[in-house]
Design a protein around this ligand. Structure first.
Ligand code: PLP
Length: 436
């Protein structure tokens, strides 16, 4: 696609965008009397306007029926979570049996590790990416310690090479090969939250299985962002939050995938609760846990209906749009952001003709640290603003941009295909240019 750094071009793209109707289905925060340029859907997705009705319906049914809402609510609460299996399976490329929506991300990561991190004296290590999201690091460390191992020995982190921002795929495969006799679990974020790098989950799963390890992914930045095929890739398990790309509200209920090959196994270790018990006999309230034959076996508590109502509003929208359309637009929109940033660098170079332009680290240069290859990124671009500090970011904020700042000088921007426009990206570019 040939991009142009003009408002006319951006507006024209918005007119022909098949998803253009979705922007108005969301609330945008207002800044200085107009809609903010919201580029933080990777942190907290915007609120669909429909969400209020979904939540209000449950409040009404609660008021009307009290406890009987478990049976008589418009969507009976007893089986409320079951509505998610099919549409969520489509979002992450799974079979409905492999999906359960429950708890929150870090809690689910722990529960899944109870089942799938079963270290032995020889095979006890966990391989992960260096600088994983802190909550994941804490979860892995505490699991390792819980089993009596030393994180310094038991956690293998694959890091980018000296002077690079992204981890090389071959380095991950090499680390798996090198530790093939001692790795119990490979647990990586499908998309790195910091630089937006997408890992080759299919190849990592294959290599992990060949090495005799279990392979799981944290998909916090991948669910609703990438076209995933968790079932076909043979991933053992995955979990994600629903408040980032999935627009289900702050701290909303999390999602879990457990591959069919791990279901319905009597010997699986798990922390159990009544909502994981076989549905037919759940309310006999008898001793001895009989697990559901699906991913629901991991569910412990009854459904948190109010946060699930918000999730339901978002999932219905995703079901209507489909991941194919989202990913198609995401590639164009993210490509546009990349183009605009490159353009800004060019004009900056021309301003400083007298300086040495071969030095990419010069003051004000915007270095994209997200992979340039479309297959290795979703809709996030992370930029290092060389020589600039927080004041650059403050200027962006003052001018109406909501993006994400990471010390010392990284700006993370996520143009989300469901509600962001080409004009948003153009406006961001103009604001960034004048802030520099
Ligand atoms: C957002 C995010 C989390 C947050 O975990 P919660 O349990 O939902 O608070 C954890 N891990 C990753 C990789 C994330 O991106």
């Amino acid at each position: 696609m040939k991009y142009e750094n003009t408002l006319e071009f951006a507006k024209q793209q918005d007119i022909i965008d098949p998803l253009k109707g979705y922007r108005s289905k969301f609330y945008f925060p207002m800044m200085h009397g107009r809609e903010a340029v919201y580029l933080t859907g990777n942190s907290l997705g915007l609120q669909p306007k429909a969400t209020q009705d979904y939540v209000l319906n449950e409040l009404e049914d609660w008021a009307t029926f009290g406890v009987e809402g478990h049976f008589h609510a418009r969507k009976p609460w007893l089986s409320y979570h079951e509505q998610f299996a099919e549409p969520v399976a489509k979002i992450v490329g799974a079979k409905p049996d492999e999906i359960v929506v429950m708890n929150q991300l870090t809690v689910n990561l722990h529960l899944l590790m109870v089942s799938f991190y079963r270290p032995s004296k020889v095979r006890y290590k966990i391989l992960c990416e260096a600088k994983a999201f802190p909550s994941d690091q804490y979860a892995l460390e505490s699991q390792v310690k819980f089993h009596g191992y030393d994180p310094k020995d038991a956690i293998i982190e694959v890091a980018p090479r000296e002077g690079e921002y992204c981890i090389r795929h071959e380095d991950i495969l090499e680390a798996i090969e090198k530790n093939k006799n001692s790795i119990a679990l490979i647990m990586i974020g499908g998309v790195n939250y910091y630089n937006g790098q997408v890992f080759d989950m299919k190849a990592i799963t294959e290599a992990g299985h060949k090495a005799g390890a279990i392979v799981g992914f944290d998909l916090a930045h991948a669910a609703g962002n990438l076209k995933l095929q968790l079932h076909n890739w043979n991933v053992d398990f995955a979990c994600w939050c629903t408040y980032k790309y999935l627009n289900s509200g702050p701290g909303s209920v999390g999602g879990v995938f457990i591959h069919q090959h791990n279901l319905n196994k009597p010997d699986t270790a798990r922390f159990a609760g009544w909502w994981g018990h076989d549905k037919a006999s759940r309310f006999k309230m008898e001793k001895s846990f009989v697990p559901m034959p699906t991913a629901e076996a991991w569910q412990m508590s009854n459904a948190p209906v109010l946060s699930m109502a918000a999730h339901s509003a978002a999932v219905d929208m995703f079901d209507e749009v489909g991941m194919d359309a989202l990913v198609t637009k995401a590639e164009m929109l993210t490509g546009y952001l990349e183009f605009i940033i490159d353009e800004i660098n060019k004009t900056q170079d021309s301003i400083r003709k007298t300086q040495d332009t071969s030095d990419k680290k010069q003051d004000g240069f915007l270095e994209i640290i997200t992979p340039r290859d479309k297959k290795q990124r979703g809709c996030q671009i992370s930029i290092v603003a060389h020589g600039r500090g927080k004041d650059l970011f403050n200027k962006l904020t003052q001018a109406g941009v909501i993006a994400d700042w990471r010390e010392p000088n990284v700006i993370r921007c996520a143009p989300v295909p469901l509600y962001n426009s080409f004009e948003d990206v153009f406006r961001f570019g103009e604001i960034l240019k004048s802030a520099l």
